[in-house]
Structures are given as C-alpha cells and as structure tokens.
Design a protein around this ligand. Structure first.
Ligand code: MN
Length: 501
C-alpha cells in the first residue's frame, strides 16, 4: 500500500529527528503530517504520486540539512495553502506564528516566474521573497528544499514547463544557494537544471568528460594511498576523497578563453580533498603533501582558512605535481569546515534545539562572524527592494550584482570585500566607504597601476591613491561600474549637481 509506505517514510523522518533534536516537541510533527495528508487528500503530482510525497520529501531534505523542528514542520506544510485546501489562519492556530510565517513566505515565493508572461509580476515576487527572507532566512531554506525536490522530479513535468523551471533554478536559486554558502545544494541544482536548459551542451560535456574524470580519479587514488601511509605515521588520520568537479561548472570552465575545451587545462577536474579534525592538522597535512609532491610555482597556495571567502568558505587549496608530473589540486579542511561548505547558512539553525548544543556551541561561535556577514547581505537586498522602485532596475541589481558570481578583493590592510564579477577599483572604493571615490587619484592592483575601469580579479589587493582635496565623481564612471551601490551613489550625486546648476 502506498499509504502505509508513506507513513513508514514519515516515521523514519521522525526517528531521524528525534536523534538530533530530542528536546523538540515531536508531537507537533505528527500533527503536521496528519494536517498535510488531509489538506492534500486526493491530489496527485505529475509523477502520479500522492501530493504529500512532495511535502514529505521537502521535509526530509530539511532534516538532512539538520534544520530545526520549525523548519521541518514548515516543509511538511509548505504547499498546503497554495496547492492544498488549508488556510493560513489554521496553520497559525495549530502550529504557531513562526511556522505560519515560513509557509506564507514560501507560498508567496512559489509564484516566482523568471520568464513568465509578465516580468513585472516576477520582479514583484522576487521583492516579496527578499522581504520574507530578511525577516526569517529559513523561508529561503524551505524554498530551496522545495525547489530541490521539484528539480529531482522535473522529468514528470510537462515539457513546455521544464525549461522555464530549470532556467529559473539555474539563474536565481542556484546562485542564491551559493551566496548562502550552501555549496552542496548549489551543485545539485546546477546539475539538475543543466540538461534542460542546455541539452546539447550537456550531452557533449557528459560524453567528452568520462575518460578525463576516470583518468584523473585513478591518478588521485595513487596519491591517496601513499599520503594515507605517511599521514598515519604523523598521527593524522584524515578522510581523503576524490572530489569530481560537477558537470555544469566543468562546462563553464571549458568555455572560458584560456581553456577553450582543452580538458588537460582543467587542473581541478578531480581534486583531492583531505578532511582532518583540527586546524593545526590542516597545516600539518599541507606540510606532508609538500614533502611528497612539489608545489606548482606561481599557482602556489590559497589559504582560505586564514582568510575565509566572503560566503564563509574555508579550506586550503594548493596545486602540486603529482606522480608522472601531472598537476593535481589538493584541498585541505576540517570536518566542521566541510559541513559549513556543504550546508552554509543552514548550519546556523542546525543543532539549535539539541542536547548536543554544548559540543556544537564552539563551532557555532566560530560561524558567528560569518553568519553576520551573510545576514548583512540579505538585509542589503531588503533595503534595495524598498529603495529601488523601478522594477527593471531592481531586477538588474539582483541579477547583475547580488546573484552574480562573486570575487573577493583585499584592502592593503587585509580587509576582505565581497564584490560581483566585473567590479572595478571604483566599485571597490564605494564598498570601502561611499566618500572615498571623491578622493580617487589612481588605483593599484597587486602593486601595479591599473585604469579605473580595470576589471578586478579575485584575490587581488587593491590600493586607492588619494588626492588631497575631494572632487566630483565622474559621470563616465557609471558606464563601467558593476555594483548597485556605486551606480546609485553616482546617480545621486549627478542628480544633485543637476539640481544645483
Ligand atoms: Mn512545493
């Protein structure tokens, strides 16, 4: 019986939840399950499955991210109002304010349509999503879990809808997951969308890459064996994995000019990932890797442990000459950093109502600063949606700034700034302080003079040389700046000076 099978799966979820969240009032979960079954009675998915399978799978994904009970209940109920027969007031009465707010937030977002009949409507829903997100970030986590299951079952959806849903996933939800530091979710969403959005390219990469993946993996296994032996002697017992570059990001890399479909130039097609327990062990492992294998000159080492990426990512990356002189990327991180890289912001709510709180509090404390940064970005989005009335301008701000691929730039003091790809020294100056651009004389990147419209590269140290006296921002800057802040500040200034004249 399908029904019994679903109840069985629900009980499985409940058991899992009791294991990591024993202090929660688990009876609410039973109530939510009965509620959602009634709300969706008789409804089916395109796959022919009862509709509640989708509610259940969404909750299961949230449980896999170890989210709190409130999120998981919201996952179980997320479509009961929009698709089912429930009313939001009932949810509020039965499950409380928080669950109701999450369900409401997800419901509003569910109308998000990227290439819908009306772009206006799409933008309006995007605005609502950022508003709901700013109030409670769990809205977007439930939405991401919902989208993940929808993508996993996309093959059942009518063909004319598939491409739109997949494109929306690729352009909005995958970048959103990435900005929230949820690398695991981002790669899944990318690869689930890829075949629908670019079917021919997908087939091509898939076919051509097989042999290269295999060879690189074999190579890493050889290194793995010899490193495990030496590390054990030094009392480091790591997990060593071969991390395959996911297909969509491999395709993007193959397309770029320096690589132009030469697989041998994709040095991280399969990377070696060494996972240890503590930070000192990371550096010990790095030393041991270098004892065995020569680092590649100039490609050197990136220490994202000392200097995490703006989305919180921490790891040491280095490239070495492996056996037979083949270049291999090695990534070294702790287990906690690994979880953070997979689940990102979700880790903030993880364990929040468990007995194991004390054990985890240290990890949560470490994450505190990172989470602050992530939240400040979400708050910025909510600010934009209030300030930018023009919906076209708003959509551009979101797509070409907030959800654009990020680079990170250092000030000479070592402060890190998170900017969209294509940002220039002027964008950097605005990010440092909105007054700084008025004093810009010239700019240096990694010690070399660059023009003010120079497109910065991730990891560069940027120095602004200042004039003594302030001057007006140049109207020409608006031609090349990449950030919404810079564009808006320049616009404000120009409008002001027009009014004066
Ligand atoms: Mn749904």
């Amino acid at each position: 019986m399908v029904k019994n099978n679903l109840d069985g799966q629900f009980n499985e979820l409940k058991r899992e939840l009791m294991e990591y969240g024993p202090n929660s009032d688990i009876s609410l979960l039973d109530k939510a399950w009965e509620f959602t079954k009634i709300a969706h009675a008789g409804q089916k998915r395109f796959s022919g499955d009862p509709y509640v399978t989708h509610e259940l799978e969404t909750a299961k994904i949230l449980a896999a991210w170890k989210l709190d009970l409130t999120s998981i209940i919201a996952g179980l109920l997320h479509d009961t109002v929009d698709e089912g027969a429930a009313k939001l007031t009932d949810i509020k009465g039965e499950f409380g304010e928080d669950v109701a707010h999450l369900v409401d937030g997800v419901t509003r977002v569910s109308y998000l349509k990227l290439r819908g009949s009306q772009e206006e409507q799409f933008v309006e829903n995007l605005r609502k999503m950022f508003l709901a997100m700013a109030k409670d970030l769990r809205v977007v986590l439930v939405k991401l879990a919902d989208r993940l299951h929808n993508m996993q079952t996309l093959s059942f959806v009518p063909e004319e809808k598939q491409k739109r849903i997949a494109r929306e996933t690729l352009e909005i939800f995958a970048p959103l997951a990435e900005r929230l530091g949820m690398g695991g979710v981002k790669t899944q969403l990318d690869d689930l969308s890829f075949p629908y959005v670019y079917p021919e390219e997908y087939e091509k990469v898939k076919k051509l890459s097989q042999a290269h993946y295999k060879e690189a993996e074999k190579h890493i296994q050889v290194m793995r064996k010899s490193l495990l032996k030496i590390l054990a002697k030094e009392n480091v017992k790591p997990t060593i994995q071969a991390r395959k570059k996911h297909l969509y990001s491999l395709w993007k890399k193959l397309q770029c000019a320096e690589v132009s479909w030469d697989f041998d130039k994709v040095l991280d097609i399969v990377a070696m990932r060494i996972i240890v327990n503590t930070i000192p062990e990371c550096y010990a492992a790095l030393g041991i890797v270098y004892r065995q294998y020569t680092p590649v000159p100039h490609l050197g080492v990136s220490d994202f442990i000392a200097q995490p990426k703006p989305n919180g990512y921490q790891s040491i990356h280095t490239k070495v000459f492996g056996p037979k002189g083949r270049i291999v990327e090695v990534q070294i991180r702790t287990q906690a950093m690994h979880e953070e890289a997979e689940f990102g912001i979700a880790a903030h709510w993880a364990y929040s109502d468990t007995k194991a709180k004390d054990v985890k509090s240290e990890i949560l404390e470490q994450r505190g600063g990172v989470i602050e940064k992530k939240l400040s970005w979400v708050k910025e989005l909510a600010e934009w949606q209030k300030e930018i009335k023009d919906s076209k301008e708003f959509l551009e701000a979101v797509k070409f700034d907030a959800l654009k691929e990020r680079i990170f730039i250092f000030s000479p003091k070592g402060d890190v700034f998170d900017l969209p790809l294509g940002a220039t020294p002027i964008d950097f100056a605005y990010a440092v302080h909105t007054d700084l651009p008025r004093y810009v004389k010239s700019a240096k990147a990694n010690g070399k003079m660059v023009p003010l419209n120079y497109k910065l590269k991730s990891g560069e140290v940027v120095e602004i040389e200042k004039t003594k006296l302030p001057k007006d921002p140049s109207s020409g800057w608006s031609e090349f700046v990449a950030t919404t802040t810079a564009r808006r500040e320049i616009g404000k200034y120009l409008r002001k000076s027009e009014e004066k004249s």
